[in-house]
Design a protein. Structure first.
Length: 444
């Protein structure tokens, strides 16, 4: 009975693989497991398909069409896996114009790969997809349009989900819609599993890397326009959330989340996170780095203009960092090693002028700092090491320097510099101090 099933399934697969109008297509199906199903449909020419099934109850469906020809390789050694591969080309490029490799050594996995190559840029560019599912119950969906896209999905643990979408066939080279080719995505999901990664690349020469070695992490990367954007998300603990949006050009974002659950500031509800980072880069040449190693920290970065640099390091517990850079050439550094620092959405660093520098260091408990620089070439340095400190710095003029040092308890410092070329130094090491510095007029 088993031999009859193999023969019947193999015969159907080979029959579907040889349509009357096919030209030099090749299909190979090997089934050594039980209850395997393979369906191969080839319409066009010079397509190559290989299906090897040595597990039980595996399913493989391959559909290839086009004049140039694509290559598909499905290897199923686990049980109850499903692989669906669809490849289409418009006749440009060289054979194979698209390559798909699906390897399923775990069980209960599903891999879906859709490749639709259009307008090969230099007649040699190809779309390449690799899906390797070594764990169980994983799902991978890869969609590649246009040309020269590269995607790699590696799932070594269980119940992970990866969705990768690259290119736009409505935007061939030289069209008004822009160019959407030569994007690269790497998704690696291990750890304790149940991770989710969604990557969308519709620009040009984008690079996205998502590495989830913890569990129950969420990562969203959207490179929706422009060119040469780069994003790196590293999640090595459980329950982290990262959201990166890049719509400008030559932006760089790095998010590292190695934080853990916080009994003080964490949440017990399912789906809540240990660390949360949101990065939005709309301008050009911006760089953002977020490193979260503490407990239940939140980072929010908005870079709207060009050539800005933001660095956030959170090793404390329950801290919040919000950086908005809408001017050009600004630099912001936030280092939070305390507890409950700036845990108020109304506080943060705002740089709407140009070429400003802000350094914020918070190592105390429940301290707050609000830095706004709307002028140009200002320098602000705030260091808070005590409890219940509050520092507000507003520099609306240009070429100003402000330093606020707070190491005691209950300190309040407000610095307003409305004119140009001013220098302010505030040092509070005692308790219950209040300092107000205003230099220049025309402010609030």
């Amino acid at each position: 009975m088993k031999s009859t099933i193999y023969t019947t399934v193999s015969a159907l697969a080979l029959l579907a693989a040889t349509p009357a109008l096919a030209d030099t297509n090749t299909s190979t199906v090997n089934q050594t497991g039980t209850n395997g199903a393979a369906t191969v449909t080839q319409i066009g020419s010079t397509a190559t398909s290989t299906v090897n099934q040595s597990g039980d109850a595996d399913e493989a469906v391959v559909a290839q069409s086009g004049a140039t020809g694509s290559s598909s390789d499905v290897e199923q050694t686990g049980n109850a896996n499903h692989a669906f591969v669809t490849q289409n080309d418009d006749g440009t490029g060289t054979t194979p114009t698209q390559t798909s490799t699906v390897s399923q050594s775990g069980s209960g996995n599903t891999a879906t790969v859709n490749q639709d190559q259009k307008t090969s840029f230099d007649d040699i560019t190809t779309n390449t997809s690799t899906v390797d599912q070594q764990g169980n119950g994983n799902n991978a969906l890869v969609t590649q349009q246009d040309d020269d896209q590269g995607s790699s999905v590696l799932q070594t643990s269980d119940n992970n989900s990866a969705t990768v979408s690259q290119g736009n066939n409505g935007a061939p080279e030289g069209s008004a819609e822009g160019t959407t080719f030569n994007n690269t995505s790497y998704v690696t999901q291990g750890g304790t599993g149940s991770n989710s990664a969604t990557v969308t690349q519709t620009g040009e020469d984008g690079l996205s890397t998502v590495n989830q070695s913890g569990g129950s992490n969420d990562a969203f990367v959207n490179q929706g326009g422009g060119s040469f954007n780069s994003s790196d998300v590293e999640q090595s603990t459980d329950g982290n959330y990262a959201d990166v949006t890049q719509t400008g050009g030559s932006n760089n974002s790095s998010v590292t989340q190695s934080s853990g659950y916080s009994a003080t500031y964490g949440y017990a509800a399912p789906g809540d996170t240990s660390g949360r980072a949101e990065v939005s880069q709309i301008g050009f040449g911006n760089t953002s780095s977020v490193d979260q190693s503490g407990l239940m920290n939140v980072a929010d970065v908005d870079q709207i203009a060009s050539s800005n640099l933001s660095t956030i390091t959170q090793s404390g517990e329950g801290t919040y960092a919000h950086v908005t850079q809408s001017g050009n050439g600004n630099t912001s550094s936030v280092d939070q090693s305390g507890t409950g620092d700036n845990f108020d959405l109304t506080f943060g660093v705002v740089q709407s002028g140009n070429n400003n520098t802000s350094d914020l260091h918070q190592s105390g408990t429940s301290v707050f700092a609000d830095v706004t620089q709307s002028g140009d070439s200002n320098d602000s340095d705030v260091e808070q090491g005590g409890s219940d400190n509050l520092a507000n710095v507003l520099q609306a003029g240009s070429d100003n320097q402000s330093t606020v040092l707070q190491s005691g308890a209950g300190n309040t410092a407000t610095v307003n510099q409305y004119s140009n070329g001013n220098i302010s130094n505030v040092d509070q090491s005692g308790a219950g101090n209040t300092a107000t510095v205003t230099q220049g007029t025309g402010g609030l």
